[in-house]
Design a protein around this ligand. Structure first.
Ligand code: ATP
Length: 257
């Protein structure tokens, strides 16, 4: 079943047409990827899903049109994103960072009240354990390596128990081994928590190696959808990536479903 359906979605920023008539679906319980060259409109597309930019066309979520839903309503209903930058609060421990994210309705009050001993949340340890970083819970982010901070920031997005996790370049700055582990952890999140993962990334090993379905946009327009194998061989995709097949590397199919 499709949990997200985009129908002719378009975004214009002044004179820039960032997205034009983009239509595709995201299956519930899948890891779905979105790729496209620089400036293709990938982040803009996530912004349309989270309600952070206005758009034309329509988006359905769990079968319901959400075009009139504000960003906070979308997030409360389980459409949750992570950002390209890590964005952890460095003067709060990892646990406290997770608590901030868990209570998205009163974020300022929550930060103020932290040191007074806000209760722990089972979902915090569960999310950290799922990503193999449970040991960080009482550390400060600044004391952790960058790769670990990034994984913590992704785990943090799970603490509010999203239905759909929207990840903007989760593998940015990760080593190849770390990216592989991240993909395994995302698969565990899908299987254990039933979350749907929609990610954009330039790391082709992550996208083509670990997503069941991949959508491709270029210059704001949809150009292809399919399995990683279909995408690797799609002439329009190869042309978008400078017409050179080598720019869409073979990658590993391990872990792909
Ligand atoms: P990258 O892979 O480089 O991160 P992207 O595929 O995520 O790129 P977007 O960031 O969505 O692409 O940008 C799509 C187009 O919209 C680009 O031409 C970009 O310059 C433009 N754009 C994005 N945000 C804005 C904005 N707030 N105002 C004006 N133009 C914007």
């Amino acid at each position: 079943m499709a949990i997200i359906e985009l129908d002719q979605v378009g975004v214009r920023y002044g004179g820039v047409q960032a997205l034009t008539d983009v239509s595709f679906t995201v299956e519930e319980g899948s890891i779905t990827g979105l790729i496209g060259p620089n400036g293709a409109g990938k982040t803009t597309l996530i912004d349309t899903l989270t309600g952070m930019t206005s758009y034309t066309g329509s988006i359905r979520y769990e079968g319901e049109a959400i075009d009139r839903w504000a960003a906070h309503k979308r997030s409360r209903h389980g459409l949750v994103r992570s950002f390209q930058s890590v964005e952890l609060f460095h003067d709060l421990t990892v646990r406290e960072n997770m608590q901030v994210y868990a209570d998205r309705h009163g974020i300022r009050n929550r930060i103020r009240n932290f040191r007074k001993g806000a209760g722990t949340d089972e979902s915090i340890e569960e999310a950290l354990d799922l990503f193999g970083v449970g040991w960080t819970v009482d550390r400060f982010p600044g004391d952790l390596p960058h790769g670990i901070q990034r994984v913590v920031s992704i785990a943090r997005a799970l603490v509010s128990r999203p239905k759909v996790l929207l990840l903007d370049e989760p593998a940015a700055g990760l080593e190849a081994g770390e990216t592989r582990e991240l993909a395994e952890h995302l698969r565990a999140a899908v299987e254990k928590l039933g979350v749907t993962v929609f990610l954009i990334d330039h790391d082709m090993d992550l996208v083509l190696g670990h997503c069941e379905t991949v959508h491709v946009i270029n210059f704001g327009r949809w150009i292809a959808s399919g399995t990683p194998q279909m995408i690797r061989e799609d002439p329009a995709v190869l042309q978008a990536y400078l017409g050179a097949p080598a720019t869409v590397p073979a990658g590993s199919e391990e872990g792909a479903r």
